[in-house]
Design a binder for this molecule. Structure first.
Ligand SMILES: [Zn+2]
Length: 347
């Protein structure tokens, strides 16, 4: 999620406006991003497509983005969506185009649309970022893309560098070897690689989740230029939501996010993190009183790329987080939301 920034709220807004026209993008907004040490104005477009191919195989346990997809979206519809979106993006130096699936999947984004967007960026000298599942990233596809526009960044969800976590906790339908092959294709074609690292897939304890994210970031750093740390947020209609409703899942603590980010500094890569739904019950959160401070520090670090550790303020909840990290695996066979349980018992 993806590095889906404020997408949570953008997406809910888009959903309320149903029925959405097939010629309007899901969402368009501007944000800041650090590119090569410069903080640049960045445009973000979410195109409405036929959706992620993996959704028909059950989809990933934490991903609910398919709600924005529609059947029967034509190439002309997508061209109209992009025209509509690009008219709202002036004075940008970087463009991110998301589809809630894979930009490199022909069924979602036909070649004509890919070319249209690449040429639009090439004409304006803009860097372009798109996302894809690893299975669609091949040497041929990559060479065709970079042949049109060289300043290209491909984002791939590695999520976990552990095949068992990929299979049983995420249902990613991809192996680490699949990711490695795709990453190599991106680099060989001269494009930049951004890898998504998931923090706290379901069925992992808080301590296991931190350990898994760190191992994953280390693996991603072998080929990636940028690593995006994505704390899980509870999206509608997902397995994660079902577990969460039954107290069997808690999104990661912000203390865990900070521990991962601070440890990632040693990897010497661009590290970005924008916790979707941060500070809320469905997103990465702490006790409520320290959340805003920590979220600001996390966002500021993503934009500045300041390599210093995030300054931590002291908060009483840090002790509870430390206890959860230490005890969660011992007190329950699996994961429970201990904090919510304690709170409801004492109220
Ligand atoms: Zn706190």
């Amino acid at each position: 999620m993806k590095e889906r920034d404020s997408v949570g709220s953008e997406r809910s807004r888009a959903k309320r406006n149903r029925p959405a026209s097939v010629t309007s993008p899901v969402s368009v907004w501007k944000e800041k991003e650090n590119v090569g040490g410069n903080i640049v104005d960045t445009g973000v477009v979410i195109l409405r497509t036929s959706g992620c191919r993996h959704f028909s195989d059950g989809g990933c346990s934490m991903c609910g983005y398919n709600v924005e997809s529609r059947d029967g979206i034509s190439e002309a519809d997508l061209a109209a969506q992009f025209k509509n979106a690009s008219a709202r993006l002036d004075d940008i130096e970087f463009l991110k185009v998301y589809t809630s699936g894979s930009f490199l999947d022909d069924r979602e984004t036909p070649n004509g649309i890919r070319e249209l967007i690449l040429r639009w960026c090439a004409d304006r000298g803009l860097r372009l970022l798109v996302e894809s599942r690893a299975q669609f990233v091949t040497d041929d596809v990559m060479n065709a893309l970079t042949g049109i526009h060289g300043d290209l960044e491909i984002a791939i969800g590695l999520e976990s560098a552990n095949d068992r976590v990929l299979k049983y906790a995420i249902n990613k339908n991809m192996t680490v070897a699949d990711y490695d092959r795709a990453a190599t294709a991106v680099k060989k074609a001269g494009a930049s690689l951004r890898s998504y690292v998931l923090l706290k897939p379901p069925f992992l304890t808080e301590a296991e989740a931190v350990e898994d994210a760190l191992a994953t970031a280390k693996h991603a750093a072998l080929q990636s230029d940028t690593i995006s740390v994505n704390p899980v947020n509870v999206q509608k209609g997902t397995l994660v939501e079902l577990l969460w409703r039954n107290w069997a899942y808690r999104p990661p603590w912000l203390w865990s996010v900070m521990e991962v980010l601070n440890s990632c500094t040693a990897l010497d890569r661009k590290i970005v993190c924008e916790p979707t739904g941060g500070g809320k019950e469905r997103g990465a959160h702490n006790c409520g009183s320290c959340d805003a401070y920590l979220l600001d520090a996390i966002r500021e670090r993503s934009i500045s790329q300041n390599r210093k550790d995030i300054e931590t303020l002291e908060c009483e909840c840090k002790g509870m987080w430390e206890s959860v990290v230490e005890l969660e695996g011992l007190v329950a066979d699996g994961t429970v939301d201990l904090q919510r349980m304690f709170r409801s018992r004492t109220h």
